[in-house]
Ligand binder design. Structure first.
Ligand SMILES: [Zn+2]
Ligand SMILES: [Zn+2]
Ligand SMILES: [Zn+2]
Length: 474
């Protein structure tokens, strides 16, 4: 490997890597304090992969800057590096960069502070998990706020370019944020926006159309109408006009005085299709992305937040000794234990009232995690768990819920699953776990427990049931 010796041992100072299209002398005044290497682009740097104390990106086209920054943030080794730019950048680039290039002495100070933080970083899963990379990135930037990027072409108007880069686009940012909040690694900073999204595809590109409440045709018009008091007929004004006078088209009464003979009803719209008269059109929402139509009440309300690293996230970064099962089960979208208990209670009550409603509760207990970690290390255990979680995920259906009540204990709530279905589910999990582990000498020791609605005591609530199932597992 053609790598420079660790830059921190170099005299003088640190190494800077400059990416520039046409300005190799940009850092001339930095050469007293820094060793400078420059490359035309990321691909050229890839050949030597000198790990610098900071990257400087200089370019005229916004695409050059954005794509260089994006490649750095997606790199398996240098993703968390300090990155500065030498001029104005796009909003998108702004989410991936540490700011404008500081003066040499200030830059030196910043790098010094950064490398101190780097030395105190202890979290083990940085190389293997998306969460690990995110925690490292945020740990190195104590005041960093993870902000959404607004762009009208995005199907949800907002995205988190840093999350997309750190997860290699493998996770949906909004789902990931939800799970990072559930596992208390991130916490809310600021509410940026609230918007309605399509219930089918979560796009926020929606159009609202007024339609006839009777036949749903879009061809509706505003028309003045009249209401005859004699026979109750309601129709458009033009139907009442006969040689200059107002005559009811139904009962032929001449209408002279508004208030005593007739009035103007609030039905001011007419449908050209079915001729229905109405006061308020219905509103229909059409999604521009998936073209599904729905009523406004069906839209999903989504809050767009900025986020920051939580105390727990900081603790993980600094101590690094917690084997976080949750992170390897990210893909299962754990809900909070409180919500899980609430939903379980609801299903218990519903299934007692309506015997057609059935469900099952399924517990998974990892018996030997600490032993395995000491034998094969964090990384491999996490990979095992991730592989298992992936199989498990493929077996779950959309309404299935999962939560975690202890480090090594996962609960699944399976609606519409009876005793027989539960039995099949357990068999599939066991088969899949065996297939996964057939070549491993050291195996994940996993115990299961399952109960379906018909086997639950009449008086038991969610907490009692969970406690009883838990004692069967341990
Ligand atoms: Zn109509
Ligand atoms: Zn009439
Ligand atoms: Zn849609």
């Amino acid at each position: 490997m053609d790598k420079l010796p660790n830059s921190k041992s170099l005299e003088p100072g640190y190494t800077l890597v400059l990416f520039t299209e046409d300005n190799p002398n940009l850092l001339a005044q930095y050469s007293d304090l820094f060793r400078v290497c420059h490359y035309h682009d990321f691909a050229a740097w890839q050949k030597k992969r000198i790990t610098p104390s900071a990257f400087i990106v200089d370019g005229k086209g916004p695409n050059y800057i954005t794509s260089t920054l994006d490649q750095i943030r997606r790199d398996k080794e240098v993703f968390a590096s300090l990155c500065y730019v030498s001029g104005p950048v796009s909003n998108l680039s702004n989410k991936l960069v540490d700011g404008q290039l500081p003066e040499p002495s200030l830059l030196q100070e910043k790098i010094h502070y950064f490398s101190d933080l780097e030395k105190s970083f202890k979290y083990h899963e940085t190389d293997v998990t998306h969460v690990g990379r995110l925690i490292k990135y945020l740990w190195l930037r104590p005041d960093f706020i993870l902000e959404p990027y607004h762009f009208w072409k995005e199907s949800r108007f907002y995205s988190y370019p840093l999350l997309d880069a750190l997860s290699y686009d493998e996770l949906d940012s909004f789902e990931w944020l939800r799970s990072l909040a559930n596992t208390k690694i991130l916490e809310l900073a600021v509410l940026t926006d609230r918007q309605r999204e399509c219930a089918n595809c979560r796009s926020s590109h929606l159009s609202f159309i007024d339609v006839c409440p009777n036949c749903h045709a879009i061809d509706i018009d505003m028309k003045s109408s009249l209401h005859c008091f004699t026979c109750g007929c309601v129709d458009t004004q033009e139907k009442f006009v006969h040689s200059g006078a107002l005559v009811c088209p139904k009962c032929s009464t001449q209408l002279r005085h508004i208030g005593s003979d007739y009035d103007r009803p609030i039905e001011n719209y007419i449908c050209q299709s079915c001729h229905h008269l109405f006061a308020e059109p219905d509103v229909l929402v059409r999604c521009a992305s998936c073209e599904k139509e729905m009523i406004p009440d069906d839209l999903i309300s989504n809050k767009i937040y900025s986020w920051k690293l939580s105390d727990r996230g900081r603790m993980l970064a600094a101590r690094g000794d917690e084997l976080d099962v949750a992170s390897s089960f990210d893909q299962l979208d754990f809900i909070s234990r409180e919500l899980f208990v609430h939903d379980l209670d609801w299903l218990l009550v519903s299934s007692r009232r309506y015997p057609d409603i059935t469900f099952s509760l399924f517990g998974i207990y990892f018996v030997n995690l600490p032993e395995l970690v000491s034998q094969i290390g964090h990384t491999q255990v996490l990979q095992m768990l991730e592989a298992f979680a992936q199989r498990l995920r493929s077996m779950l259906r959309v309404p299935d819920l999962s939560t975690r009540s202890a480090e090594n204990l996962v609960w699944l709530l399976l609606p519409f699953t009876n005793e027989e279905g539960l039995h099949g589910f357990q068999t599939r999990i066991e088969t899949s776990l065996n297939a996964l582990q057939q070549d491993n000498e050291l195996r994940l020791d996993v115990r299961f427990v399952g109960v379906s609605a018909s086997q639950i005591h009449e008086r038991e609530d969610a907490e009692l049931l969970l406690a009883r199932q838990r004692s069967e597992l341990m």
